[in-house]
Design a protein around this ligand. Structure first.
Ligand SMILES: Nc1nc2c(ncn2[C@@H]2O[C@H](COP(=O)(O)OP(=O)(O)O)[C@@H](O)[C@H]2O)c(=O)[nH]1
Ligand SMILES: [Mg+2]
Length: 594
């Protein structure tokens, strides 16, 4: 199924066209039929020549009902723009088009209706020129008459072509169903409808309702007027929530896959449209089927902070629209850059924030989020719309690898924390020479870490945790200065394990030949050659990396794969040869022995 929203000025023939195409009545209310005017959203569907189904969300064209129009088009990715041949381009033609553009709608079709009343040529030319300037670009145009039926076969064919262009829906994404209608059915209870743009709904699913702790349960599902056990995007769906009081939800609410969305009442966004400085202090934010008053705080030339009158389940990258209801003016589209932005308390914080936002484009960026947030739980990032299973950055560590539990860390920050921990433990040892190490909780506080497991993960040999304290491994182990120096090597090289500290770095750390000898004997360092040391536990990783190369491999290929220098690669491979993990062939290439 694909879903198209109508758009266009009042009385230009939108509802007549939907009626002619589907044989269904989009104007559902008695008042609408009495006045011959659409007030609220209408829904109808039909089968196309290809056999596919198109569902229409028919919107009101009257200027008073623009908010209803926006609730209909918000979740729908394609538009059927309707212009009357005899009236041509009118104010709500322009306002509706501005709304589609602001939301970034990229798929559409122009129908020039009432072609039996006037030559469709001029209206077609004007409308195509206007549409070409927007996110829709050049669209096909069809002249039709809802009265005589002329042009309808061509319009059906054009709808089929439009359907074929639409990107495939992502059916394994979480569900965010923006409710566009809610009502009560006698004997069944509360029913809500919406356009399911991604994901899948099943009877029996538990869903979350923004701003409400109590989950709701899907008791029944309808799509295209038929009961179904499940519905996958894209679809118009009616969801029966029997047992959920009707007043718990309505238009603008969203039914959500539990735990997958961050509810926020403050977002930083990029504007496309009016400059930040020209925006009034209060506007209405339209996103999905929701319309929420917002307070606007300009940050950069095209970035603002929006404070929402009620929280919404928003994700990084979401598109929304700002409108000034008093002036009938679409201020423009917005792209959500940050759904959990930092407070702007300090002097200069707003200017600094503007600089950060200038670098963001609304595409989820895991490495950037980690750099800015430094430490965050992966679930929290996912709820903001930032996937944490992204590919590791080339030549970099696997950013998405948790450092402990569900915690993700910026690698540089994590390395600094490791160094800081060593220093704190050393300081504690100096100040409390008789204590057997520094209490874990004191360390957690000194390092301002939110979770004890993070402290535990930062403790590496030769430091260890014993009886709730962090200290050097044991009495007969390394002298403390050596233990701390090794811990520093770990902190600095843990994420580029095949790089060895240069000789002068070793000297800086106080690791001379005697100290290295002690550390090697204690198993805290691995000596490959004079002044070439690695952490002791990297050999298995080296073999794993080498096994991933096409076999046999050269020294140079090994060096590159391990991201290291000849100074390390040569003795490392020789050590692996001696241990039987690799074998050197007559031509000096090697293979991993399996
Ligand atoms: N002659 C003629 N009248 C039409 C055509 N389409 C719509 N109308 C009439 O124009 C008026 C407004 O149509 P309607 O579909 O309600 O417009 P909407 O407000 O865009 O939904 C109604 O009186 C229709 O009968 C058409 O193609 N030809
Ligand atoms: Mg209508």
């Amino acid at each position: 199924m694909f879903v198209v929203a109508t758009a266009g000025h009042v009385d230009h023939g939108k509802s007549t066209l939907v009626r002619a195409l589907t044989g269904m009545e989009p104007d559902r209310w008695a008042e609408e039929r009495r006045r011959g005017m659409t007030i609220d959203l209408g829904f109808a569907w039909t089968t196309l020549p290809s056999g596919g189904t198109v569902a229409f969300v028919d919107v009101p064209g009257h200027e008073r009902f623009v908010p209803n129009m926006l609730a209909g088009v918000g979740p729908v990715p394609a538009a059927l723009i309707v212009v009357a041949a005899d009236e041509g381009w009118m104010p709500q033609s322009a306002e509706h088009l501005a709304a589609l553009d602001a939301l970034g709608v990229a798929y559409g079709l122009l129908a020039v209706t009432r072609a039996d009343l006037a030559d469709p040529g001029p209206a077609t030319a004007r409308a195509r020129a206007e549409i070409a300037e927007t996110s829709l670009g050049a669209v096909p145009a069809v002249a039709v008459s809802g009265l005589t039926g002329a042009g309808l076969p061509q319009l059906r064919a054009a709808l089929d072509q439009l359907a074929a262009q639409l990107p495939a829906p992502v059916v394994d994404d979480p569900v965010r169903l923006w409710v566009d209608r809610s009502f009560t059915v006698r004997g069944s209870g509360t029913v809500v409808t919406g356009t399911l743009g991604a994901g899948r709904l099943r009877v029996g699913d538990e869903l979350e309702l923004a701003g409400d702790d109590e989950p709701v349960r899907v008791r029944g599902l309808h799509s295209l007027g038929e009961a179904r056990p499940e519905a996958a995007a894209v679809a118009r769906v009616a969801v029966n929530l029997r047992g959920t009081p009707r007043d718990r939800l309505g238009r603008g609410d969203a039914l959500l896959t539990p735990g997958r969305f961050h509810h926020t009442d403050v977002v930083d966004v990029r504007l496309a449209g009016d400059p930040a400085a020209d925006l009034p202090a209060t506007l209405t934010l339209h996103v999905g089927s929701a319309a929420v008053p917002v307070r606007v705080r300009p940050l950069g030339p095209d970035t603002v902070r929006l404070r929402l009158a009620r929280p919404l389940p928003l994700l990084v990258g979401d598109r929304a629209l700002l409108r000034d209801p008093g002036r009938h003016h679409v201020s423009g589209g917005v792209r959500v850059l940050d759904v959990a932005p930092p407070p702007l308390g300090r002097r200069g914080a707003a200017a600094a924030r503007a600089q950060v936002l200038a670098e963001l484009d609304g595409r989820p960026d895991l490495a950037g989020e980690l750099r800015r947030r430094r430490l965050i739980q992966s679930g929290a990032l996912i709820r903001m719309g930032v996937p944490t299973h992204a590919e590791p950055v080339q030549d970099g560590p696997a950013y998405a690898e948790p450092v402990a539990g569900d915690w993700l860390a910026d690698p540089a920050h994590w390395r600094r924390l490791g160094e800081q921990l060593t220093e704190e433990v050393a300081r504690h040892a100096r100040e409390h020479p008789l204590e057997a190490g520094m209490p874990v909780d004191a360390l957690r506080q000194r390092l301002a870490l939110p979770d004890r497991v993070l402290v535990e993960a930062l403790v590496r040999p030769p430091l260890r945790i014993h009886a709730g304290r962090v200290g050097a491994a044991s009495a007969n182990a390394l002298p403390e200065p050596v233990a701390l120096a090794v811990q520093r090597v770990r902190a600095e090289y843990g994420d580029r394990p095949f790089r060895a500290p240069e000789a002068d770095r070793l000297a800086d750390l106080g690791l001379g030949p005697r100290e290295i000898g002690a550390a090697v004997r204690a198993g805290a360092l691995l000596r490959l050659a004079d002044n070439v040391v690695l952490l002791p536990d990297v050999l298995d990783d080296a073999v794993r990396v080498l096994a991933g190369l096409p076999q046999p491999f050269t020294l140079s290929a090994a060096r590159q794969a391990l991201d290291t220098t000849r100074r390390v690669a040569v003795p490392l491979l020789e050590l692996l040869d001696r241990r039987g993990a690799t074998r050197r062939l007559p031509d000096d290439a090697r293979i991993v022995v399996t």
